[in-house]
Write a protein that binds this ligand. Structure first.
Ligand code: TA6
Length: 293
């Protein structure tokens, strides 16, 4: 996503400005190392472009920036659950309004921290006290840390994902490794399957890899680069591409949008809401993804 042409609404520092795409405010970072954008709507990274590279992050040409819908593309923050095990799908964090908490910069890059606190809307779908922080480190790599703290007096359970849409030259040409061989196939009713160690694609995929390495690699011959995706605090890696039929069914994706994206997600997966990770009062969990070319 090209953010450089948007006029600055607020200048926060030499490297950090606030811009607006339709109804969505975006923290824009322009630094010698990289340009990037993080929407306050959803705490959603919409772009990360290291100097001299094409964007590592894919955004749909038809993404809806109305300040209500979840953005199609970028890094949706799925929390406090992943998937359709409760409503709304993928939790409320990706459609909530996050607050800019702080920004810092030096010659190595910029760090932006957003925060999300409970309110009436979150409480109506998930009656728990929490504090969430999203730390986005922009430099030679993009590191995103979702930290959630149980500020309640009772334990609660959660799941989630950093649902990264990676920008690729042609999804039919890429190969991936490091996701392991065992996966739950969401397209086959949750069947457990054992696949190969390297993956190439010819059709739609929606898989929860249950024993991924910390480092997943995506080789992209068309863009002549290899992406590294290093995840922590997860229990699985979800790989998703809707392919043509899926893209056609989504109003916020162009029919051929699936060709230039691949989702590799740092995921804390749970089959049922009550099977999520338990967090005691005062306890903190970090879910991390770090992406570089
Ligand atoms: O992470 C994969 C997935 O859960 C798929 O099942 C697919 O539906 C995708 O996320 C997108 O979900 P969304 O709610 O953003 O349309």
């Amino acid at each position: 996503m090209n953010l450089t042409t948007l006029p600055a609404l607020t200048v926060l520092s030499d490297n950090v400005t606030i811009v607006e795409q339709d109804q969505v405010k975006i923290v824009r970072i322009i630094h010698d190392k990289a340009t990037a954008g993080i929407a306050l709507h959803g705490g959603h990274v919409v772009s990360y472009q290291p100097a001299g590279q094409q964007d590592l992050i894919w955004m749909s040409d038809n993404a809806i920036f109305d300040g209500k819908a979840a953005l199609r593309g970028g890094i949706p923050v799925c929390w406090p659950w992943f998937g359709r095990i409760a409503a709304p799908a993928h939790g409320f964090a990706r459609t909530a309004e996050w607050e800019l908490v702080e920004h810092r910069e030096n010659e190595h890059g910029v760090i932006v921290v957003l925060g999300l606190q409970p309110n009436e809307a979150t409480f109506s779908v998930w009656p728990h006290q929490f504090s969430a922080r999203l730390t986005v480190e922009i430099g030679d790599s993009l590191k995103v840390t979702l930290e959630c703290e149980n500020t309640d007096t009772q334990p609660w359970v959660f799941s989630g994902a950093l649902h990264t849409y990676l920008n690729v030259g042609d999804v039919r040409d890429i190969s991936m490794s490091g996701m392991g061989s065992d996966y739950i196939d969401s397209l086959q009713g949750g069947q457990l399957v054992q696949g190969g160690e390297t993956l190439t694609l010819t059709d739609t995929i929606d898989r929860i890899y249950t024993k991924p390495d910390a480092l997943i690699k995506l080789n992209d011959p068309k863009l002549n680069r290899t992406l590294s995706i290093e995840n922590h605090g997860h229990n699985s890696a979800v790989l998703w591409n809707p392919w043509q039929q899926g893209a056609q069914s989504m109003s916020d994706m162009t029919d051929d949008g699936y060709l230039s994206m691949m989702c590799i997600e740092s995921t804390l997966h749970a089959l049922r809401i009550e099977e999520g990770k338990n967090l005691q009062p005062g306890e903190v969990h970090q879910l991390i993804t770090e992406i570089s070319a």
